[in-house]
Design a protein around this ligand. Structure first.
Ligand code: ZN
Length: 59
């Protein structure tokens, strides 16, 4: 099996020698973060990654 083409995540090859390739999902790449804005200031306070539900802090 080739590396999965789901680019949202890193993929780790866990196959052992002599077996078909096996992949497990690694770290999320947070490709499509959703901005989280404060109300009513509209200040950007964080991003939320819908792929892993992780809140990403703004620098
Ligand atoms: Zn993520």
């Amino acid at each position: 099996m080739p590396e999965p083409d789901d680019l949202r995540f890193e993929w780790i090859d866990v196959s052992t020698h002599g077996e078909d390739d096996q992949w497990i999902r690694g770290r999320c790449r947070h490709l499509t973060p959703i901005p989280v804005r404060a109300f009513p200031t509209d200040e950007l306070v964080a991003h939320l990654c819908p792929d892993c539900d992780q809140q990403l802090l703004v620098d």
